[in-house]
Design a binder for this molecule. Structure first.
Ligand SMILES: [Zn+2]
Length: 239
C-alpha cells in the first residue's frame, strides 16, 4: 500500500521519477486518498496537504492540462500545457491522469526529462512526437515509461473516435456493443514513441480501470455513478 512507486526502468541515478497511487492522503468520498487534482471539485486544503506529502513537491511545476498539444520547457511562467520538459534540477515535470496515458522520458546521460499527458486527443494530435522534437537529446538516447492508464479491454469509444486511430489497427478491436470499439491508448502511446524514434520503452502494463482501488479512473468512477473523482500524478526531475 505505497503512496507512490518508481518506474521499473534503467534511468540514470540522478533522475527522480515516481507515480502516485490513491493510498494515503487526506481526501474523502469519491476523491478518497491521495488526490492531487486541484481542478476536480475536491477540497482545496485536502489537495494541498496531499501534494505536500510528495517527494520534491516544492520543485513540481503543476500544469493546467487541457488535452492540447502544447509543450512547455521549464522554467516557465505558463502552466496551460499537456507536456513539460526540464533540463534544470529545480524544475520537476508532472502530469495528472485518471485513465489518460502518462508518459515519462529521460535521456541516458541524465541531462533532460519530460512528462506527457496523452488522452485520446493528445494521442490524436501526437503530443508525444511534439515533445520528443522539442527535447535537445536525440530520440535514440531517450528512454520512456508508459504509466498506468485505461487498458484496451476497458476503453470503449464510438466509431468516430476509433476512426482517428485506424492506422493503429493492432490496438483497436470491435466492441461487443454495436458501432463501438475498444481502443488501447497505452498501446498507441508505445507505437507513437517508436515512430518518434524512442526505442527504449518500458510499459507499466497497469490499468486504472482494472485497479480502481490503487489508481483514480475517470471511467470507473462514472460507471459507479460518481460525478467526479481524483487524479494521480507521474513526476520526473533531475537532482
Ligand atoms: Zn482494464
Amino acid at each position: 500500500m505505497t503512496s507512490w512507486f518508481s518506474p521499473d526502468w534503467a534511468a540514470p541515478e540522478n533522475v527522480v521519477a515516481y507515480c502516485t497511487t490513491r493510498h494515503g492522503g487526506f481526501s474523502t468520498q469519491g476523491y478518497h486518498g491521495l488526490n492531487v487534482g486541484m481542478h476536480v471539485g475536491d477540497s482545496a486544503p485536502a489537495v494541498e496537504k496531499n501534494r505536500e506529502i510528495l517527494p520534491f513537491h516544492e520543485r513540481i511545476h503543476w500544469l493546467n492540462q487541457v488535452h492540447g498539444k502544447k509543450v512547455l520547457t521549464l522554467p516557465s511562467d505558463d502552466t496551460t500545457a499537456d507536456a513539460a520538459i526540464s533540463r534544470s534540477a529545480n524544475q520537476f515535470c508532472a502530469v495528472m491522469t485518471a485513465d489518460c496515458v502518462p508518459v515519462l522520458l529521460c535521456d541516458s546521460r541524465g541531462t533532460e526529462v519530460a512528462a506527457i499527458h496523452a488522452g485520446w486527443k493528445g494521442l490524436a494530435s501526437n503530443i508525444i512526437a511534439e515533445t520528443v522534437s522539442k527535447m535537445v537529446s536525440p530520440s535514440s538516447s531517450l528512454c520512456a515509461w508508459v504509466g498506468p492508464a485505461i487498458c484496451g479491454d476497458h476503453y470503449e469509444v464510438p466509431d468516430q473516435i476509433a476512426q482517428v486511430f485506424r492506422s493503429f489497427s493492432d490496438v483497436i478491436k470491435p466492441s461487443p456493443n454495436t458501432q463501438k470499439y475498444l481502443v488501447n491508448l497505452p498501446g498507441i502511446a508505445q507505437l507513437q514513441l517508436k515512430e518518434a524514434g524512442v526505442t527504449n520503452v518500458v510499459a507499466s502494463d497497469r490499468c486504472t480501470y482494472c485497479e480502481p482501488l490503487t489508481f483514480y479512473s475517470h471511467r470507473y468512477a462514472t460507471h459507479q455513478g460518481l460525478q467526479a473523482t481524483g487524479r494521480f500524478v507521474s513526476v520526473i526531475g533531475l537532482r
